[in-house]
Design a protein around this ligand. Structure first.
Ligand SMILES: *Cc1c(COP(=O)(O)O)cnc(C)c1O
Length: 408
C-alpha cells in the first residue's frame, strides 16, 4: 500500500461524512448541483490569514497572488482580508477589476506582457513589475500615448534561489525579471522618464516548507534590495519580498514553521540598513492562503477489479486536478491527501486506486492507497485543492469541461 498525503487538520466529520464549513460533502454537492465540485471555505482562508498576520511583523503587507485561484468570489472575499493583489495576465486584470479591487493595490508581473495588457493595466493605475528593459520602453511609450503617469517597479532576477522550493524562479539565467546588475541603470532611466517609481519585486521561488530556507532567502532579498537601492541612488518606496511559503501535499511533509519565519523577519525589519529605512514591504502568497481551504469532490461511477487490483473510477480527474495526478511540476508521482468523503471516519479496509474518467493512464488521483471499501455513488475528496486546481488543469481535455466551484 502506498501512503497518502496528510489531510489538513482543519477538516472534521459529521455523521461519519467529511464536513466542510460545518456542512457534509453530500449537502454541498447537492447545493452546487452535482460533481465534480471544488468547495472553498471562506472561514479557513480567513483563519489562515489571521494566523499569518499574527506571526508576521505588523507593518508587513500581505498580498494575494491571484494565479493560485482566480475564482471571482475568492478574489472578492480576499478584498477584506489582504492588503494587495498580484496578477500575472490581462485576464487576471479583468478579474480584479470585475471584483472591484482598488487598482492602486494591484501589481502586474509576468515575462510576456502584451502591449494591450500593459496599456490596460497602466490606464487602470496598476503597478507594472517590469521584467526587462524592452518592456520598460514599451510601458513608457504606452503610458505616453495614453497621457498617464505609469506606476513602475522592477522585477529583479535575484542572484540566489529559494532552497528546497518546488519551483525555482531566481538564480542564474531566467525568463523572469532583470538580472540584478542591470537594475540600477533602469531605475535611473524610468525615474528620468517621469514615471512613478514604485520599487523592487524579488521573487525567488515557490512551495518551500523549510523555515530556514525562507529566512535565508528573505535576508538575501533585503540585502539585495539595499545594495540595488544604493547603486541606483534613488529612494526605494516599496519592496515585494516574494513569498514561497509552501503547504504539505505529500506523505511525510510537515507544515511550515510560520512563527519562526515571522520572528526572524521581524528581527531583520527592526534593524534595516539606511537605504531601506523608509521602504514599505510586502510578501505575496498564493497557495499558502487558499490551497488547504479547498477540496475537490468527485463521485465514484464504477468500481472495477482488474488482475486483483481495485479501481474506483470517478466522474472527475486530471482535467481538474492536474497536480494531484502528478503531472504538474513533480518528477516522482506521490499521492495527494485523498479520502472517501462519504465514509470519512470509516477504517481502512482495502487497497484501491482512485482514477478519473479520462481515457489516459495519466489520470490517477490516488495510487494503490488504503481506503474503506467504497461503492458506486460514494464521494471522493481530494484535499489541498484550493490552489492550482481548477484554473491550472486542462479542463477541456477529452471534451470534459470545467468543474463546479463553490465558496462557502
Ligand atoms: C506563482 C507566483 C506566486 C504564487 O506562488 P505560490 O507558490 O502560490 O505562493 C507569487 N508570485 C509570483 C511572482 C509568482 O509567479
Amino acid at each position: 500500500m502506498k501512503p497518502l498525503g496528510p489531510i489538513p487538520a482543519q477538516f472534521g466529520s459529521s455523521d461519519g461524512e467529511l464536513a466542510i464549513a460545518g456542512r457534509t460533502a453530500a449537502d454541498l454537492v447537492e447545493q452546487a448541483g452535482g460533481t465534480p465540485l471544488f468547495v472553498y471555505s471562506r472561514q479557513l482562508i480567513a483563519d489562515r490569514i489571521a494566523r499569518l498576520r499574527a506571526a508576521m511583523p505588523g507593518d508587513l503587507a500581505i498580498h494575494y497572488a491571484v494565479k493560485a485561484n482566480p475564482y471571482l468570489p475568492i478574489i472578492q472575499a480576499m478584498d477584506e482580508l489582504v492588503d494587495g493583489f498580484d496578477i500575472a495576465s490581462g485576464g487576471e486584470l479583468a478579474r480584479v477589476i470585475e471584483a472591484k479591487i482598488d487598482p492602486a493595490a494591484v501589481s502586474f508581473a509576468g515575462p510576456g506582457k502584451r502591449d494591450d495588457e500593459l496599456s490596460a493595466a497602466i490606464c487602470a493605475g496598476v503597478t507594472i513589475n517590469l521584467e526587462s528593459e524592452a518592456e520598460a520602453e514599451r510601458a513608457l511609450r504606452r503610458a505616453e500615448a495614453a497621457g498617464v503617469t505609469p506606476r513602475l517597479a522592477i522585477r529583479v532576477n535575484p542572484d540566489f534561489d529559494l532552497k528546497g522550493s518546488g519551483m525555482k524562479m531566481g538564480g542564474g539565467a531566467k525568463p523572469f525579471g532583470l538580472d540584478a546588475e542591470r537594475v540600477p541603470a533602469l531605475v535611473r532611466q524610468i525615474i528620468a522618464a517621469g514615471a512613478e517609481w514604485r520599487g523592487f519585486h524579488i521573487f525567488a521561488g515557490s512551495q518551500a516548507l523549510s523555515a530556514d530556507a525562507i529566512i535565508e532567502t528573505q535576508a538575501q532579498t533585503l540585502a539585495l534590495a539595499a545594495r540595488l537601492a544604493r547603486a541606483s541612488g534613488a529612494a526605494l518606496p516599496h519592496v515585494n519580498l516574494g513569498g514561497g511559503f509552501g503547504i504539505p501535499y505529500f506523505p511525510g511533509e510537515e507544515p511550515l514553521d510560520l512563527e519562526k519565519v515571522g520572528a526572524a523577519l521581524a528581527e531583520r525589519m527592526a534593524d534595516l540598513p539606511d537605504e531601506l529605512a523608509d521602504t514599505r514591504f510586502c510578501i505575496e502568497l498564493g497557495r499558502y492562503l487558499v490551497g488547504e481551504a479547498g477540496v475537490y469532490l468527485t463521485r465514484i461511477i464504477e468500481r472495477k477489479v482488474s488482475h486483483g487490483e481495485v479501481f474506483l473510477i470517478t466522474d472527475g480527474g486530471m482535467h481538474h486536478q492536474l497536480a494531484a495526478s502528478g503531472n504538474f511540476g513533480t518528477v516522482v508521482r506521490r499521492n495527494y491527501p485523498v479520502a472517501i468523503a462519504s465514509r470519512f471516519t470509516a477504517r481502512t479496509e482495502e487497497e484501491a486506486s482512485v482514477v478519473g474518467c479520462l481515457c489516459t493512464p495519466l489520470d490517477r488521483l490516488a495510487d494503490k492507497a488504503g481506503f474503506p471499501r467504497a461503492e458506486v455513488g460514494d464521494l471522493v475528496a481530494v484535499f489541498c485543492a484550493g490552489a492550482y486546481g481548477a484554473s491550472a488543469s486542462p479542463m477541456h481535455f477529452l471534451g470534459q469541461g470545467p468543474a463546479r466551484e463553490l465558496l462557502v
